[in-house]
Design a protein around this ligand. Structure first.
Ligand code: 3PG
Length: 409
């Protein structure tokens, strides 16, 4: 792979693929974490005289968070202290004119790349190369810098399409993420503890299966919906309300897969011993083995309980490597943040080399000022794909581009 410092960018046009896809509430961005994460690369390129064309996606078609990049331009302008113009076009005539008129040290941001149909789908690199997006923009750009680690598990035109046409260079964030994830995955230190929470069930099950089978994990602690699935798979009943919820999300089918993993690795997978529900507007903690668990029939579980936090925290003290993805509960509601914050604090307090990832997880880390985590990853799905043993198309594309253009350095 190239390094960002390998090339001279003065007066060169750089297409900079970022992942500024951010959580939104009422149409407004509520976390600038992914913006701040790419600042070192953006500042480096601007200081070295690049003409910057920034591209990102935001949300998915028909989602609430599928929005224009107008607000992204404002946030970038504030953080970079220069005017980053919002260009309401992607590869049409207007965008191409704006790109052509850029001067050294100037930056624009294109419209949400997923407004273009080709970008909203994934396809192999050679198909991405033939898209209108790549064919229209390639003649205007000199370099392709990709700092969108959080989308490195997707193969779409703006992420891989320029790899064989222009030098494709990882930004500082991309380099840092890959280094940290590889360190955790390949380290011989032990014990290695994985914490799987949140709602990405199939990705999390794949991680559990991969790291246990390959001996990369010695213990898996579960929470969030991942914890519910494993708890059901262990034969515990979490009540009608929680069965109905998993059913409505199409997640019940995953219990069989979780059972299969447990058949082989039961002692290595820990599930919550207590849970918190919303009982008449208040947090109520219920032990999984108590009679009160009848309340699970009418009340959704929204967090792990304090006893689970305590147990997990003790286990984390001995860990040498910790990898965590996804929250333990609905941390957006203050009274149900206890599990997520408690477990993340325990990670921060341990001496282990630790990685925590996932858009929601990051938001809770900043909101509750949790310190001491070695690497906070911007990647949710990308991080899970990596630890799930999948090949990441963007990482593959870096290698292809390096082989093709290495003589140009
Ligand atoms: C993410 O937030 O995980 C990335 O931006 C990728 O988004 P996607 O899952 O919609 O491709």
């Amino acid at each position: 792979m190239f390094k960002l410092t390998d090339f001279n960018y003065h007066n060169k046009t750089v297409f900079f693929r970022a992942d500024l896809n951010s959580p939104m509430s009422k149409g407004r961005i509520i976390s600038d974490a992914r913006f701040k994460a790419v600042l070192p690369s953006l500042i480096y390129l601007l200081e070295h005289g690049a003409k910057l064309v920034i591209g990102t996606h935001q949300g998915r078609p028909y989602d609430d968070e599928f929005e224009t990049t107008e607000e992204h331009a404002k946030i970038l302008s504030e953080l970079l202290n220069i005017d980053v113009e919002y260009v309401e076009d992607i590869f049409g005539k207007y965008a191409r004119e704006r790109i052509n008129s850029l001067k050294a040290g100037e930056a624009i941001i294109l419209e949400n790349l997923r407004f273009a149909s080709e970008e909203a789908r994934t396809a192999p690199l050679n198909a991405c190369e033939r898209t209108f997006f790549v064919r229209k923009l390639a003649p205007l750009i000199d370099f392709f810098v990709n700092d969108a680690f959080a989308t490195s598990h997707r193969s779409s035109p703006s992420l891989v399409g320029f790899a064989r046409i222009k030098p494709m260079i990882p930004g500082f964030l991309m380099e840092k993420e890959i280094k940290a994830l590889k360190r955790a995955y390949e380290s011989d230190d032990s014990p290695k503890v994985y914490i799987l929470g949140g709602a990405k069930i199939d990705d999390s099950l794949r991680v559990a299966e991969n790291v246990l089978k390959s001996g990369k994990a010695h213990l898996i602690l579960t929470g969030g919906l991942v914890g519910h699935i494993f708890t059901f798979a262990k034969g515990y009943d979490l009540g009608d309300a929680n069965v109905d919820f998993l059913h409505s999300k199409g997640l019940l089918d995953f219990i069989d897969w979780a059972e299969k993993i447990l058949n082989e690795f039961y002692p290595y997978i820990r599930t919550p011993v207590d849970f918190a529900i919303d009982y008449e507007g208040e947090r109520l903690e219920i032990d999984l083995l108590s009679d009160e668990k009848a309340l699970f029939d009418k009340h959704s579980i929204l967090d792990i309980g304090s006893r689970t936090v305590e147990k997990y925290s003790q286990l984390l003290k001995k860990a040498k490597i910790i990898v965590a993805n996804g929250p333990m509960g609905v941390f957006e509601r203050e009274e149900f943040a206890h599990g997520t914050v408690g477990v993340f604090r325990a990670i921060g307090e341990s001496d282990a080399f630790s990685i925590v990832g996932g858009g929601h997880s990051i938001a809770s880390i900043y909101k509750y000022n949790i310190e001491g985590i070695s690497h906070i990853s911007t990647g949710g799905g990308a991080m899970l794909s990596f630890f799930g043993g999948k090949r990441l198309p963007v990482l593959e594309a870096f290698k292809i581009s390096y082989e093709r253009f290495k003589d140009k350095v």
